[in-house]
Design a protein around this ligand. Structure first.
Ligand code: B12
Ligand code: SF4
Length: 511
């Protein structure tokens, strides 16, 4: 292990828009990429910290002060598309106030848009890391530390040298994910994330057992980003993390963020067996494809504590599914939902509205399918052409109109960003809001409360059990006008109050 005292690194997850506090009206999630990166660098002896701005009281305009006070000399900034504009603002301010600082950008947007980001020859970006970050970042930091100028030898980089763009060779992936240390959650304000989703009164914690997905749906950038490879950690490694998290945070509800936890049958089988045999006693939910489950696996998952499965259904029209390259059939969807309900696992159906070639008829077919499937919950998202997707690269321009090139507009999929020929923005928005409000109707909320009770078992005695459905009913599930009113009062009254209390308690040392 290297012991390096001179280099001090700060990793930043930026807000979408400049701000000064925690947005308590929105669920927050730990920035996993940064947590993995930090753990890897810590293991290599570096002094590193993470600032998750959406979950902190550090104001955007105090960022330079924060970095100077903390003695950081390297800053790494991550970003999904919607965060990149503000991420660049932070970088610009930081570099203006401290020209000696090294600023590195990484993550999905910078990986795909490094040319665009470096095109204006910005003096505030020193390096962009493309793709998986751990090895590239650590080699880069090592080179900076050794005052080497030989950055061209480091795979996975893009940077400007004498104002010319240099793009180094692509970097392959880490072969064995078990070599990675567990994400450095100790550097994150974990309590801030526990206020989000709850099940049966238990707060949730997120875990990833794999990276990648071998499929190629046109609206998803995951396959290209991870080059259609799927890598799993060992079952033992994942189970150990779960036990550690259970002991450290006393949390019993786990959310698997993997694109395809169910993709490798041997992993899924051994994982569920271990949860059962080791009496780990957790509840969990995951994503799955409808063609990856059968009654046997579902029964095993149920026995191992799985309470909810989120399925990407996307559309109720077979042709639309085929064009989206989803490689599933309506029959498979119906079969998966009926089996999942039969074994007693709740379902979430993820739907997309505004596919290429979508018409009012195909949208009606989607809602018709949802009525047949009767999922525990469904979410309609407006089709959004994210960078790195086939939709963005090829299909969008021939099949419709992209409504905005302001990246921060890509923050939410509640508003259309892409309108297929033959439809218009308002029709999509109206359909979206109508379906989401139907999902929030009293009938649906009562049904969910009833199913929640029947799935809860002895968790029903958890004192927080009733609070979550209540919170859902009054906030998350209510029409957008009521939510806006709620947000307004939160941001103008509750948030300033919370901030003042925290400042008095000395939790916030900058703002
Ligand atoms: C888990 C997940 C979520 C979670 C948690 C997100 C979070 N904040 O961590 C939830 C469900 C909340 C979520 C929400 C959304 N998500 Co999401 N999500 C994912 C998912 C499945 C995994 C992300 C992850 O943790 N990966 C694992 C880590 C290890 O990888 P990583 O983050 O990419 O980081 C590595 C490298 O990129 C690099 N790196 C990253 N940052 C940096 C920074 C530096 C300095 C360096 C050196 C390296 C580096 O190194 C890391 C380690 O190797 C990805 C798809 C995928 N499979 O990647 C989509 C994905 C990231 N999400 C996406 C989107 C669009 C969203 C939403 C906007 C969707 C919506 N419906 O509104 C929201 C935004 C929420 C918000 N406001 O932040 C898109 C992003 C596309 C884009 N161009 O921005 C993706 C790619 C899926 C897709 N549709 O294609 N998401
Ligand atoms: S939508 Fe799901 S199945 Fe399709 S490519 Fe993305 S992660 Fe894979």
């Amino acid at each position: 292990m290297i012991n390096n005292k001179r280099i001090k690194i700060l990793l930043i997850n930026p807000r979408t828009y400049p701000g000064s506090g925690i947005d308590i009206s929105e669920d927050k999630h730990p920035p996993f990429g940064l947590a993995y990166l930090a753990a890897y660098m810590k293991k290599n002896g570096y002094d590193i910290d993470i600032l998750d701005m959406p979950a902190s009281f550090v104001a955007d305009d105090k960022i330079s002060e924060y970095v100077t006070n903390g003695g950081f000399n390297i800053v790494g900034i991550t970003g999904m598309t919607h965060q990149i504009t503000n991420g660049c603002n932070l970088a610009r301010n930081l570099k203006q106030d401290n020209p000696d600082l090294n600023v590195v950008l990484g993550g999905i947007h910078a990986t795909y848009c490094y040319k665009e980001l470096l095109a204006q020859k910005p003096s505030f970006i020193d390096f962009i890391i493309r793709g998986e970050g751990e090895k590239t970042f650590s080699e880069l930091i090592r080179a900076i530390e050794n005052k080497s100028k030989d950055f061209q030898q480091i795979k996975g980089l893009a940077f400007l040298q004498n104002n010319e763009l240099v793009v180094t060779e692509d970097r392959g992936f880490i072969e064995d994910l078990n070599d990675l240390p567990l994400p450095a959650r100790e550097l994150l304000p974990m309590k801030e994330y526990f206020s989000g989703e709850r099940i049966f009164g238990n707060s949730m914690i997120e875990v990833m057992a794999s990276r990648g997905c071998p499929y190629e749906c046109i609206f998803c950038s995951s396959p290209d980003y991870w080059k259609r490879k799927i890598r799993f950690r060992s079952v033992e490694n994942v189970i150990n993390e779960i036990k550690l998290l259970k002991n450290t945070y006393n949390i019993r509800y786990f959310v698997f963020l993997d694109d395809g936890l169910t993709l490798r049958k041997d992993f899924l089988y051994q994982f569920c067996q271990s949860l059962i045999e080791d009496k780990v006693n957790i509840k969990w939910r995951c994503l799955a494809r409808v063609d990856q489950v059968n009654k046997e696996t579902l029964l095993l998952m149920k026995k191992a504590g799985c309470v909810k499965i989120c399925y990407g259904v996307e559309s109720g029209n077979q042709q639309i599914l085929d064009r989206a390259n989803k490689k599933i059939t309506i029959d498979k969807i119906k079969n998966a939902f009926s089996l999942t309900h039969e074994v007693g696992i709740a379902t979430l159906a993820l739907m997309i509205i505004g596919h290429p070639h979508e018409t009012k008829e195909t949208i009606d077919q989607s809602i018709g399918l949802i009525r047949q499937l009767r999922p525990f919950r469904y979410v309609f998202q407006c089709m959004t052409p994210y960078v790195g997707t086939k939709l963005f690269n090829d299909i969008a321009k021939d099949t419709g109109i992209i409504l905005s090139n302001k990246w921060e507009d890509y923050r939410s999929t509640e508003r259309p960003m892409f309108v297929p020929f033959g439809l218009d923005e308002f029709t999509i928005l109206n359909y979206h809001d109508k379906f989401m409000e139907e999902n929030a109707s009293l009938k649906h909320v009562l049904r969910r409360i009833f199913i929640g009770f029947s799935l809860a078992g002895k968790d029903i005695f958890n004192k927080k059990f009733l609070l979550y459905p209540l919170y859902n009913a009054i906030y998350k599930e209510s029409p957008s006008s009521i939510r806006k009113l709620f947000d307004l009062s939160l941001n103008n009254f509750v948030l300033p109050f919370v901030r003042a209390v925290r400042r008095n308690r000395g939790k916030c040392n900058v703002c």
